[in-house]
Design a protein. Structure first.
Lengths: 115, 111
């Protein structure tokens, strides 16, 4: 099973709302990633977790707050977003970060619209 | 730093035509190379990969060969189908496994 699941599939939120995106994998992977993808652009890395610890934060605004409750789950908490944050948010996982040969497996994404 | 350059699209082909999407890379180390495909409204799917020089990755009729001497990883398919219409991303991964993506090439195949 090489599946990464993400919920919800679509999310519309106002600028004062608080919401969370969820990601889950059951492949035993120890690295998990959040990406942001704008239309007609490649994914941009936001956060990397390795063995449940935050390894990389690519200078993401604090209105995005990641959480890794256990090795299978990854959350992205959203608060006070701006309309320019509207995008497809992709979660990915890989076996680990210690080998260049490991591919990343992506979920289907959450389409976020901020109104 | 590491980077990936893909041919600009969009690319429009007729069904059964030959496909080539060019990809070149710059890396300080010895990266692994990947092609991902993204269908409309979906996430990225791994299409193929190669981890060392002269390796050929292949899947679903698509092929790409890791050419260290030309720092290239061009994607090819002998006969495209309408169902191959998608955006294709070339990517590399070096130590630390953080992926660097090219800009993406949109392919449209017409019947």
């Amino acid at each position: 099973d090489t599946e990464v699941t993400q919920t919800p599939k679509h999310l519309v939120m106002g600028m004062t709302n608080k919401k969370s995106l969820k990601c889950e994998q059951h492949m035993g992977h120890r690295a998990m990633y959040w990406y942001k993808q704008k239309a007609k652009k490649p994914p941009e890395l936001m956060f990397v977790y390795s063995y449940e610890k935050l390894s990389i934060n690519e200078s993401v605004p604090s209105r995005f707050s990641p959480e890794c409750p256990n090795s299978s789950l990854l959350n992205l908490h959203l608060h006070a977003l701006q309309p320019e944050d509207s995008a497809l948010y992709l979660c990915a996982s890989s076996q680990a970060r210690d080998r260049r040969t490991y591919e990343q497996y992506f979920g289907p994404g959450t389409r976020l619209t901020v109104t | 730093g590491n980077s990936v350059t893909q041919m600009e699209g969009p690319v429009t082909l007729s069904e059964e035509a030959f496909l080539t999407i060019n990809c070149t890379y710059t890396a300080t180390g010895y990266p692994s190379l990947f092609w991902y495909v993204q269908y409309p409204g979906e996430g990225l799917q791994l299409l193929l990969k190669a981890t060392k020089a002269d390796d050929k990755g292949s899947n679903k009729g698509f092929e790409a060969t890791y050419r260290k001497e030309t720092t290239s990883f061009h994607l090819e398919k002998g006969s495209v189908q309408v169902s191959d219409s998608a955006v294709y991303f070339c990517a590399l991964s070096d130590w630390g496994n953080d992926m660097r993506f090219g800009a993406g090439t949109r392919l449209t195949v017409k019947p």
